[in-house]
Design a protein around this ligand. Structure first.
Ligand SMILES: [Ca+2]
Ligand SMILES: [Ca+2]
Length: 384
């Protein structure tokens, strides 16, 4: 085994996660979420690239390369075999607190329309803001940014900013509450939401309020992933309690700041009445103490059969890659598992490559970590 490779302790655990369907928690290493026998997992983690400063996004490019954003503004392509890093652009961003260059997504017709979409923090006369821009990728470099949507309230904390292209070919953008909790309940504001946009940034047809807003009452969603059937999942940072994984549906209210986690009254009786009055959507899983969930990916590849129909997400505070095995309908969590537990420090990004390998990016230079000399790093997990 090369020195950079090490076995992954992959054991399904009974867990402290509060599951939506507690009856489905009875799951051990012998069964997957679908009840089928699981062969033993023998996974290996290998550092494939080093020397980044706060990896924020990993995205598999149409060119077969691993695209990486760093919070300070650099966008690079990484050769997944050699680990060589080729910068392709530098976005002018305001790197402040948790803000900077964040999510990235590709135009669904990249071969003919080579647009790269990114979300980033910037400074305007009105203060700190976030926006989504797109840049054309030609000749190995990114062209000037074209604004897709701007003037999203921003802050040194809670900027959201994960991007995804849906199966409907619209652009989904997560936005944080920008340290203004009440704004999440304001349907006319772009902060504390999931947005659904055309590829040029207009409100997508069919949006529930005729605006860019798709869902509201979100606090700081930093992970987004679609299942093959189209179900949309997000991770959300809670306050000092109740981190969440949610299924996002149009027009739904996800509760923040009146509801933390489930409608269970844990923050007072007013939570119950708010839930009843607003048809609040509850998370499918939530965590207290918090774990700081960030990048999210859906796993459905034959390379690791026991991982099929799972959510994978990176955690910052918990410094662990979490796996949630989903029920057949994808709406509840059947079991959970911890991977790379505290081995690489803070984890921000996760990606499932077309060959079924899992890539994870660290965030140890974000001001809250303890970086190793080689941080930040990109790690690949796959069967030995
Ligand atoms: Ca919520
Ligand atoms: Ca609650």
């Amino acid at each position: 085994m090369p020195p950079s490779a090490r076995p992954v302790a992959a054991q399904v655990r009974r867990t402290a996660v509060a599951l939506a369907a507690a009856g489905m928690l009875a799951c051990d290493a012998a069964t997957a979420g679908n009840g089928a026998p699981e062969p033993p997992i023998d996974l290996e983690a290998r550092v494939v690239a080093t020397g980044f400063d706060t990896v924020w996004e990993l995205a598999w490019g149409p060119d077969g390369q691993l695209w990486v954003t760093e919070r300070g503004g650099r966008i690079s392509r990484v050769d997944p075999q050699s680990g060589s890093v080729t910068p392709v652009g530098q976005v002018a961003v305001t790197e402040i607190g948790e803000g900077g260059l964040m999510g990235l997504a590709f135009h669904p017709d990249f071969a003919t329309d080579p647009w790269v979409y990114v979300a980033h923090t910037y400074s305007s006369a009105g203060g700190t803001r976030n926006r989504v821009v797109r840049m054309r990728y030609t000749g190995g470099a990114l062209g000037p940014p074209e604004v897709v949507v701007a003037d999203i309230p921003g802050s040194s904390i809670h900027n959201g900013s994960r991007l995804a292209i849906g199966p409907d070919r619209f652009l989904y953008v997560t936005t944080g509450d920008a340290a203004d909790a009440a704004i999440a309940q304001n349907r006319d504001a772009l902060a504390g939401k999931v947005l659904r946009l055309t590829l040029t940034g207009q409100p997508a047809p069919g949006n529930p309020f005729g605006t860019r807003v798709w869902s509201f009452g979100n606090r700081n969603p930093q992970g987004i992933a679609f299942a093959p059937g189209g179900t949309l999942y997000i991770t959300e940072h809670g306050p000092s309690d109740n981190d969440e994984v949610n299924i996002v549906e149009p027009g739904r209210n996800y509760g923040w700041p009146n509801v933390h986690g489930r409608c269970d009254g844990d923050i007072g009786a007013a939570e119950l009445s708010f839930c009843a009055a607003n048809d609040v959507a509850e998370p499918i899983a939530n965590w207290t103490p918090t774990i700081a969930p960030a990048g999210l990916a859906y796993y459905d590849h034959a390379l690791i059969p026991s991982f099929r129909r799972s959510l994978l997400f990176a955690t910052l505070k918990d410094a662990t890659l979490h796996r949630l095995a989903l029920s057949a309908d994808g709406r509840t969590v059947a079991s959970s598992e911890r991977l790379l537990e505290r081995e690489y420090g803070r984890l921000r990004a996760v990606l499932v490559a077309p060959d079924g390998s899992i890539y994870v990016g660290t965030s140890n230079r974000d001001g809250r970590g303890t970086p190793m000399p080689t941080d930040d790093r990109i790690i690949r997990v796959r069967p030995r």
